[in-house]
Design a protein around this ligand. Structure first.
Ligand SMILES: [Zn+2]
Length: 238
């Protein structure tokens, strides 16, 4: 039914469309990922100014007509994260976070926790662009898995329940596996295991650090979990 909807949103992507319009991919707290068109936004006198750009957090009024595509009728900036935009590493971190959210969740699959996590990540990168580390990017992804309901089992073997001799990780089994069950697994060392547990359990701002080898193993665990549950492959965090 046609009508207007007020919501907060983070701009995940912004694509040129037609002569002067943009198509936006947005993530909202109550509707999850939605797409909207902003008409005339690329004209010099557009009332939207430059705020319908990636990584802006906005308060929007969206008109829903008969089509799936919503229309932006009003936009107010809640946060533009200007410092993040001056730092290549932080900008890349923001791009990867928004890309991951846009790909892990389909339209009409709302998770308020994901919206809060994404806003938190953008605020952290803006407050201190030097936080844009590989460990931060991986901690964000681990928390995204948790919000999506795909968090890997880390406390006991995901195949047999054994809590000792946890030596590997299997995306197919859904978490860590013991030495007796590791046929389809890859080796996951103690430091990588500790990193995943810490990243899941602590706030993003207090996510743990780990040596490169452990982060590589943690990244593989996240990739295999997403491949197994969501059949998608995210860009490496670099
Ligand atoms: Zn086992």
């Amino acid at each position: 039914m046609p009508g207007s909807l007020k919501c907060e949103a983070v701009v995940l992507r912004s694509m040129r469309f037609g002569e002067a319009d943009r198509i936006l991919h947005l993530y909202t707290p109550d509707r999850g990922r939605v797409s909207a068109i902003a008409k005339g936004v690329r004209r010099a006198k557009s009332r939207f100014g430059g705020r319908l750009e990636p990584y802006f957090r906005l308060r929007l009024v969206l008109y829903q007509g008969r089509s799936e595509l919503l229309t932006v009728t009003a936009a107010e900036t809640l946060h533009g994260y200007p410092r993040l935009r001056e730092h290549a590493g932080a900008l890349d971190g923001a791009a990867r976070a928004c890309d991951a959210v846009g790909r892990v969740f389909d339209d009409g699959d709302p998770h308020r926790g994901v919206y809060n996590l994404l806003a938190n990540q953008l605020a952290l990168l803006d407050a201190d662009p030097a936080r844009a580390t590989r460990a931060n990017a991986l901690a964000f992804r681990v928390k995204l898995l948790l919000a999506a309901g795909f968090a890997p089992q880390l406390a006991a073997c995901a195949s047999c329940g054994e809590s000792d001799h946890l030596a590997g990780f299997s995306g197919a089994a859904g978490g860590v596996v013991c030495s007796a069950c590791e046929a389809s697994a890859f080796a996951l060392g103690q430091e990588a295991h500790d990193f995943l547990v810490g990243a899941l359990g602590r706030p993003l701002a207090e996510a743990p650090e780990a040596p490169p080898r452990a982060l590589a193993q943690a990244e593989r665990a996240i990739l295999e979990t997403l491949e197994h549950h969501a059949h998608l492959r995210l860009r490496p965090v670099g």
